[in-house]
Design a protein around this ligand. Structure first.
Ligand SMILES: Nc1nc2c(ncn2[C@@H]2O[C@H](COP(=O)(O)OP(=O)(O)O)[C@@H](O)[C@H]2O)c(=O)[nH]1
Ligand SMILES: [Mg+2]
Length: 231
């Protein structure tokens, strides 16, 4: 069984080595990491390359900041080439706890998509003010209502896909980025009738570095709802 964890990075020098070390310390058999770096000016890619002799660690280096969605699409294609059975999405900034990986892998044996969810009982967010929580809840409510999404955590970026999902979906048709990308991918997974399971996780806002997503990503989240709903 092969598990590939895709970690997109843009200026994550303070986080990436610690995260990679922590994931491999779990000793999960068949696990590999695939970093997708967008030519981070802080030298994230070099930090990753220095660890490649120690771990089963791969890197895709792209020319510039091309966005989270296209980073994942590039990562998915590579992970499928690597013959992965399970493919994870995971942030580089420790918002997603590596200790949740074993439980997600266990659950992935019975479901096509497993979501590390902040929005079901037992899940939570630490470090966001009330405005960000309010915005996030409102946005997800709108998206769930208009798109008929069953999962509660629409924009979760901690996910485990059975590779058959990503082989089935037409990855080249997904052009959104940021939060919209997570929303579109969830929508298409549900629409293709794959089974989806949320398990509760605690999401901790990043301690090191700054958010790489912007107002533009928030606007795109709303626009894609209408594109998916009314096209
Ligand atoms: N390769 C790549 N990674 C990105 C890009 N934008 C964000 N990321 C990464 O995606 C993950 C989530 O971004 P983050 O800034 O933590 O978003 P937030 O948690 O919503 O504030 C982090 O690992 C980022 O380094 C991008 O354009 N390209
Ligand atoms: Mg983050």
């Amino acid at each position: 069984m092969k598990i590939v964890i895709i970690i997109p990075t843009y200026n994550e020098k303070e986080n990436i080595e610690k995260l990679i070390t922590k994931i491999f310390a779990l000793n999960i058999s068949g696990l590999e990491i695939l970093v997708v770096d967008d030519n981070s000016p802080d030298g994230t890619a070099q930090v990753v390359k220095n660890l490649q002799n120690k771990y089963p660690l791969n890197i895709i280096e792209r020319a510039g900041k091309l966005g989270l969605g296209s980073a994942y699409i590039a990562g998915f294609k590579k992970a499928l080439e690597m013959q992965a059975d399970y493919i994870f999405e995971m942030d580089a900034d420790f918002s997603h706890d590596p200790d949740d990986l074993p439980k997600m892998i266990e659950t992935a044996k019975n479901f096509d998509l497993v979501i590390g969810s902040r929005k079901i009982p037992g899940g939570k967010v630490i470090g966001w003010g009330w405005t960000r929580k309010f915005m996030s809840n409102g946005a997800m409510w709108l998206s769930r209502t208009l798109l008929g999404l069953k999962a509660k955590d629409v924009t979760a970026g901690f996910r485990c896909f059975n590779s058959k999902v990503l082989k089935t979906l037409n990855l080249d048709e997904i052009n959104s980025n940021g939060y919209a990308f997570q929303e579109e991918l969830l929508y298409k997974t549900q629409k293709a009738n794959f089974t989806i399971k949320e398990i509760p996780v605690t999401f901790i806002d990043r301690m090191e570095g700054k958010s790489k997503l912007s107002k533009k990503d928030i606007i795109e989240f709303f626009l894609i709802i209408f594109k998916l709903r009314f096209k």
